[in-house]
Write a protein that binds this ligand. Structure first.
Ligand SMILES: [Zn+2]
Length: 392
């Protein structure tokens, strides 16, 4: 006998509006409605918590991964490792193994990678995503859909970030066949990884979109065999930009003659540089070096507020510099090599846009990715969480 209803929230990382438009065949026969969604300034570390909470980073406090916190840093003990030559830690495989070891030693359950963060700087920083965000109490502040799913006892599927897309889909299919779940939230990562490596225009991208099309077609068919009503949403958190040049922003900052950890501390993401000032000279010289910069711009308080990423206490930086679309900060604390694709640029850039498709008409009020949270509530028949937030 068929079960009553299944809601599928299928997240294809980086399947943004521009890439989606170039692949109109994707679930074409099944799609009732699709639209562009505005992304959130930042990376998945900002977008994912927003989608599952309905709130913006300045509310749930999760924006970038690393933030300046020399007193509270969980990495203080790594000081001892800083005597080893940097060259060892620059090797990808060494950093990958170390990331795993540190994650285990600190009891982190969330997504954790050391990337290219220089070892000697690590004790100055704390890490936002220490807990697995897909479980109750996963955010630094406030609740997510998973807190409420657990409280209400709604049987659901949520992906395990540590396994492949194939395994995620196989496990989800098994849950559908056994009619164990009412809702699924499955985040698939292959397309994001591929486009970081080859850019958005490579034939392999189309090949992979075909693969997703077939996999999801099969998944939805299976769902329809086991449930009376199947509602699906395929969505993403951000798009992907092709990288046209690398830029050494660290060199610009070093040219000021300022001293690291005496005058300033910085965290260099791939598209953003975030600064904390330890004295007035640090603030003046770095502000002067970045004002009117040809490759990017300092984000004003008003812009940060408009994007929902303003932190009055400077948690993620007292000054935020955002590089222009298509440029990658190289080297950065995320890596030393220039790659082909990147996201984390201004949300207003065309390639930044996210997207959503469904077999149901999409609400007109749905315009930003964090509002997907309200779609989940709606499909579960729950009332709006906050009377101030209109129902979609
Ligand atoms: Zn990515």
């Amino acid at each position: 006998m068929k079960k009553e209803k299944l809601s599928l929230f299928l997240f294809i990382d980086a399947f943004g509006w521009e890439v989606r438009k170039r692949h109109p065949f994707f679930l074409n026969d099944r799609t009732c409605d699709q639209k562009k969604l505005e992304t959130i300034l930042g990376y998945s570390s900002a977008c994912d918590p927003s989608i599952i909470s309905g709130r913006l980073p300045q509310e749930h406090l999760m924006w970038s991964s690393f933030y300046y916190d020399p007193d509270g840093s969980p990495f203080k003990w790594t000081k001892a490792l800083a005597i080893l030559p940097d060259a060892i830690f620059r090797r990808g495989r060494v950093r990958h193994v170390l990331s795993k070891l540190i994650k285990k030693a600190l009891g982190f359950t969330g997504y954790f990678q050391l990337y290219g963060v220089p070892f000697k700087t690590l004790p100055l920083f704390n890490y936002a995503e220490q807990k697995r965000i897909w479980e109750p109490n996963g955010l630094l502040r406030g609740e997510t859909i998973f807190d409420e799913l657990h409280r209400q006892g709604v049987p659901h599927y949520v992906h395990d970030s540590a396994v492949s897309d194939e395994t995620k889909l196989a496990r989800l299919t098994a849950d559908i066949e056994s009619q164990r779940i009412d809702l699924a939230y499955c985040s698939l990562g292959k397309l994001d990884a591929l486009m970081h490596a080859v850019g958005t225009q490579d034939a392999k991208v189309t090949e992979l979109v075909h693969w997703y099309d077939q996999q999801l077609e099969k998944l939805i068919q299976t769902a329809e065999e086991h449930y009376e009503e199947v509602v699906w949403y395929v969505f993403t958190d951000h798009g992907m930009h092709d990288i046209t040049e690398g830029y050494n922003l660290i060199a610009d900052i070093e040219q000021t003659g300022l001293i690291w950890n005496e005058d300033y501390v910085a965290f260099y993401d791939s598209t953003m540089a975030r600064f904390w000032f330890l004295n007035e000279t640090g603030k003046e010289k770095i502000t002067a070096a970045l004002t009117g910069h040809p490759k990017g711009k300092i984000l004003s308080e008003d812009e940060l507020k408009a994007e929902g990423v303003f932190f009055a206490d400077g948690m993620y930086g007292e000054l935020i510099f955002l590089i222009h679309s298509g440029i990658q900060i190289v080297p950065s604390f995320m890596g030393v090599k220039q790659i082909k694709g990147m996201h984390g640029y201004h949300p207003a850039d065309a390639d930044s846009a996210a997207a959503i498709s469904s077999n149901r008409p999409l609400p007109a009020g749905l315009t930003k990715i964090h509002e997907i949270y309200h779609l989940m509530r709606k499909e579960l028949g729950w009332s709006p969480c906050d009377p101030a937030i209109p129902e979609l």
